[in-house]
Design a protein around this ligand. Structure first.
Ligand code: ARG
Length: 626
């Protein structure tokens, strides 16, 4: 309950423990606070603590102590961040796209959040393994196998294999979606008609001031609008195919397409020779396409053990559950029944197929036995919460209760209409084109900024392009990280590239601004650091900035405690603001007193290092000049 104060006039930290404690004991909170203060021994780092208001304990660090710590950090390549006393072995499961289709906007969050956690954990001294648990074994492969065998455009495949496979995937899912929608549509209309009858009846017979009738009405109204929306989307699926004669002809010729695509998956899983050969050809091609995005995003993994990697272990996993009496047969399927849960965890289907769940159980066993993991983080969409809840419960039954299993869940990226971000025609947005668009917009901003410099442009075209890539990609990553991960957020290119505000661009400018100070002053930063000068306080904003810089380590601990990178973005934003105030209020290069000038330059340097390190831990780069 010791927290940084909101207002500097109450000191640097505030302890609010006296109030709840006094309540528990039935005593006066102020007296209790006085008693606590009487027993505190903080003389080496704080001024005497003060009790304020109903019983807040205000703590102000001694300037001497603060100066000492700051000077220590100036000389420390780790910027005052001590490595963990007890390093953990952490496996972070992130990104994990299904590789049969190109990466899209839905993969952004897991990739960016997971990578930030990976970097922070590693910097804090933990043994971390980043594992890309790709979907390389699922129903999507059945779809592209079916498409490849029936609809392939050979010339297109020669030219761009992955592009053509992606087209096959879209085509097959479009055609099977069409048949599904044809079947679903009349049922949905019937449901709507019934709901409308119910709603009319409820509206006419509604008693006045009746809470529960009010509730029923509300529920009916949302149901009606949900079914309407569902109908609209079914109609759209039908319409797309019916409005195109060639698509319609294909759909008519393949009424059983969904079933046949499933059969292709089953054949692959059963070891069918042709499908195995094709799979072995497709997977490396798909992975190479995805690698292009990872390179651009500067994302690397220690392992890429996808679903197919676990396939040989699945039969054994099921056998083990059965042998231990943890799973039983129900309707031909094998299920784990978790005490206190009505939903069973299905580990083998009636037709003998293993599930996503089976493969995740094999994954846990592998991560514990082979990778020696004591903590496993799953950076996966909130929509899979139920799966992970059951998975973790099942793992506990299985004997892995001593391991930490965490679903690091996150919300959805929305378009400006407040719905999941899609193109105007309703397709998912490819990650590649998303990156291209942000970089193009960043390029405009970089051009304008550089053209507007008082002494004329400073950057060559190649430099401008490099800065635009750094700024554009940084903007996307930062916008994703700065939100509370559980929240949905609206994808807004203009906002994320704003040069003023809580954006990567603002932070990158802050960094380049400091770099500019050194460039203009002709000062070498390493020489400055080793030159024997020291930070001293002559102005309140120097002290405030020092204190802020000292909190870097606290921010990183916060990130890992809750798996929340936004704690670090908040910290960096506050740091950039604190620097801004300092730079407005204190003269740096033109300061006549040499000791003060050196002190301020050291603060500038430390700020730049903290910002660059913080951005780097979030997976973003900086530029010396923008
Ligand atoms: N491939 C999965 C999907 O796209 C995500 C996998 C997440 N990791 C896991 N171990 N289940 O939904």
């Amino acid at each position: 309950m010791v927290k940084p104060t909101q207002d500097a006039k109450f000191g640097d930290f505030q302890a609010n423990c006296a109030m709840p404690l006094a309540k528990q004991r039935g005593t006066n909170p102020r007296t209790l606070a006085d008693e606590i203060v009487g027993k505190l021994d903080l003389a080496d780092l704080c001024q005497p603590p003060e009790v304020a208001g109903p019983g807040f304990i205000n703590i102000r660090l001694k300037d001497d102590w603060l100066v000492e710590q700051t000077n220590r950090n100036v000389a420390d390549s780790r910027l005052g961040v001590a490595p963990a006393a007890k390093p953990k072995r952490i496996v972070i499961d992130y990104s994990a796209p299904n590789v049969a289709k190109p990466m899209h906007v839905g993969h952004l969050r897991s990739t960016v959040l997971g990578n930030a956690l990976y970097r922070v954990a590693k910097f804090l001294g933990h043994h971390v393994l980043g594992d890309n648990h790709i979907g390389d074994w699922g129903t999507q492969f059945g779809m592209i196998l079916f498409g490849y065998k029936n609809f392939l455009d050979h010339t297109a495949f020669e030219r761009n294999a992955v592009g053509e496979l992606a087209r096959q995937y879209r085509l097959v899912s479009q055609l099977s979606g069409f048949h599904d929608a044809k079947g679903e549509h009349p049922k949905a209309e019937t449901r709507l008609a019934q709901l409308q009858i119910d709603l009319n009846a409820a509206e006419t017979n509604k008693p006045a001031n009746d809470k529960s009738a009010e509730k029923t009405l509300k529920k009916l109204r949302t149901d009606v609008s949900d079914v309407r929306e569902q109908i609209a989307s079914l109609k759209k699926q039908i319409e797309v195919v019916e409005s195109s004669p060639p698509l319609k002809a294909l759909a008519d010729a393949h009424p059983q397409i969904a079933e046949l695509a499933r059969l292709e998956t089953a054949k692959l899983h059963g070891g069918d020779e042709e499908n195995t050969r094709l799979w072995n050809q497709f997977v490396p091609q798909c992975l190479a396409a995805i690698q292009g995005i990872y390179d651009r995003l500067d994302i690397r993994f220690d392992l890429t053990c996808g679903e197919s990697f676990y396939n040989p272990m699945l039969a054994d996993v099921v056998a083990e559950f059965q042998a231990k009496g943890l799973a039983s047969e129900s309707d031909g399927a094998i299920c784990v029944f978790i005490p206190g849960n009505s939903a069973p965890f299905l580990i083998r289907k009636r037709d003998g197929a293993f599930t996503y769940a089976t493969s995740d159980l094999a994954t846990i066993r592998y991560r514990v036995n082979d990778l020696q993991a004591d903590t496993m983080l799953y950076v996966v969409d909130t929509r899979q919460s139920e799966h992970f809840r059951l998975l973790f419960e099942t793992a506990k039954l299985w004997g892995y209760g001593d391991r930490e299993l965490v679903h690091v869940n996150f919300g959805t990226i929305l378009g400006k209409d407040g719905k999941p971000y899609k193109t105007r025609s309703g397709d998912t947005i490819g990650l590649e084109s998303l990156l291209d668009a942000a970089v193009a917009k960043a390029r405009q901003i970089v051009n304008e900024n550089d053209d507007g410099k008082p002494e004329g442009r400073e950057l060559s075209d190649a430099e401008r392009a490099a800065v635009a890539e750094t700024v554009g990609i940084g903007a996307i990553k930062y916008a994703d990280l700065r939100h509370n991960r559980e929240s949905d957020y609206v994808y807004d290119e203009d906002k994320m590239l704003a040069t003023n505000g809580d954006t990567a661009t603002y932070m990158q400018y802050a960094y380049a601004r400091v770099a500019g100070i050194f460039r203009r002053g002709g000062i070498n930063r390493e020489t400055l650091r080793s030159g024997g000068g020291r930070v001293v306080f002559t102005h309140p904003s120097e002290r405030a900035l020092s204190l802020q810089l000292l909190r870097f380590s606290e921010a990183l601990d916060g990130v890992l405690a809750e798996n929340r990178p936004n704690i670090l973005t908040d910290y960096l934003f506050a740091t950039a603001n604190s620097f801004s105030t300092f730079y407005q209020e204190c003269i740096v290069l033109k300061e006549p007193d040499e000791a003060i000038r050196t002190s301020r330059l050291l603060l500038c340097d430390l700020t730049a290092r903290v910002i660059a390190a913080g951005l780097d831990l979030l997976g973003m780069k900086t530029c010396e000049q923008m």
